[in-house]
Design a protein. Structure first.
Length: 152
């Protein structure tokens, strides 16, 4: 979703610049529901509270219509082989979208030795500490970035 948002909001519409977009993604990563927060923040930057409200509605309404309303029927259709294949395809698409998001964000935010060092340290932390939670990663990256920028 992030690459599509970036292409539309920065590339096509010009509502935000690259830095504002990266800031909106960064704000979202420290809160639950990253895409919703990103879209809400972008809506706010573009058109204040009304923009945030419309953006949030645009994200939540389809989710509500396609998940909450048909929820009572999910158990009935969950054993259907065609539905299982469809869900497997959706899962693969989500993984691909996540890889695309990481690629877009990395190419725009890893711009110097400091940001590259933080990225490498974060990847190593994720590999070696399997149950490391995101707020700790963000806090550690912020501290490392601050120390690198201040003392180097």
């Amino acid at each position: 979703m992030i690459p599509f948002l970036q292409a539309g909001v920065v590339g096509e519409m010009g509502w935000l610049n690259e830095q504002q977009f990266l800031d909106s993604v960064a704000v979202a990563m420290i809160t639950p529901g990253p895409v919703v927060i990103t879209v809400g923040f972008i809506g706010f930057l573009v058109s204040g509270f009304a923009g945030a409200a419309v953006a949030a509605l645009g994200v939540f309404l389809p989710c509500f219509v396609f998940t909450v309303l048909p929820a009572p029927y999910f158990k009935k259709i969950s054993k259907n082989a065609s539905i299982k294949a469809f869900v497997d395809g959706i899962t693969a698409a989500v993984v691909g979208a996540l890889v695309g998001s990481v690629t877009v964000i990395a190419t725009r935010s890893i711009v110097d030795v400091t940001s590259a060092a933080i990225a490498v340290l974060t990847i190593l932390a994720l590999i070696y500490f399997k149950k490391l939670q995101e707020p700790y990663i963000i806090l550690a990256a912020a501290l490392i970035g601050f120390c690198l920028k201040t003392y180097l």
